[in-house]
Design a protein around this ligand. Structure first.
Ligand code: CA
Length: 223
């Protein structure tokens, strides 16, 4: 779903029509108030935001979106008339993902929408966060925090914890873990797993207790 905030009806309808014929779902809104109402009901993948709007202008709306808890991360493309005063630096510094100057061709418009969506999907993957209780892992940054305190893990410990977090609630056998993290595909050397779980628990402090030992089988996070 893409929201198009534009007070000029003809342009708004053209944007929505173009997006729909390209295979997107789109909704048009005439001002910031309509946008805020819509955001309460459904979070779009992208917002096209005209700068010159009646009432609250695009910059101010952008700032409000960026301060919203749940909608704060939605990508925004600013739309502006060529002869209007538009400070692209200001827009981008305020967190706009791109901007388009009117009049623009529909091909360019669609290409920019797709580019921003593509970029944001990539970023989202890099920003992947895994968590359980007070334990939080930022995968792309290779960072683990327990109650906000950073834990220094080795690469193997990190991978081990990631594997457990990705399979929350599921018991992973020593062999599964060995195979996944160390790439061995034979029984034995499962002591390697136990040793790493032990050091991992120590480094996680209190949160280390979240890793449960399932006697005779393996380990689990989240029962
Ligand atoms: Ca306008």
């Amino acid at each position: 779903m893409i929201y198009c905030v534009e007070d000029e009806r003809n342009i708004r309808e053209l944007l929505v029509y173009t997006l729909e014929t390209t295979g997107f779902q789109a909704k048009g809104m005439a001002d910031g108030r309509e946008l805020m109402d819509a955001l309460k009901k459904e979070k779009p993948e992208l917002i096209l935001l005209d700068v010159m709007l009646p009432g609250e202008d695009g910059y101010s709306i952008l700032a409000r979106i960026r301060n919203m808890q749940e909608a704060g991360g939605i990508p925004v493309i600013m739309v502006t008339a060529k002869d209007a005063e538009f400070d692209k630096v200001r827009g981008l510094e305020m967190g706009a993902d791109d901007y388009i100057t009117k009049p623009f061709g529909m091909m360019e418009f669609v290409a920019r929408v797709k580019a921003v969506l593509r970029r944001c999907t990539q970023n989202r993957n890099e920003d992947q966060m895994l968590s359980y209780g007070e334990l939080c892992m930022l995968v792309g940054r290779h960072e683990v925090r327990c109650k906000g305190r950073k834990a220094e893990l080795t690469k193997k410990e990190f991978e081990l914890l990631k594997y457990l977090l990705e399979n929350k609630g599921i018991v992973l056998t020593r062999n599964q873990i060995l195979c996944k993290i160390w790439g061995y595909d034979f029984d034995g050397e499962t002591r390697t797993v136990d040793v790493h779980v032990r050091t991992l628990r120590q480094k996680l402090g209190e949160e280390g207790n979240l890793i449960e030992t399932i006697r005779g089988i393996g380990y689990r996070i989240g029962g």
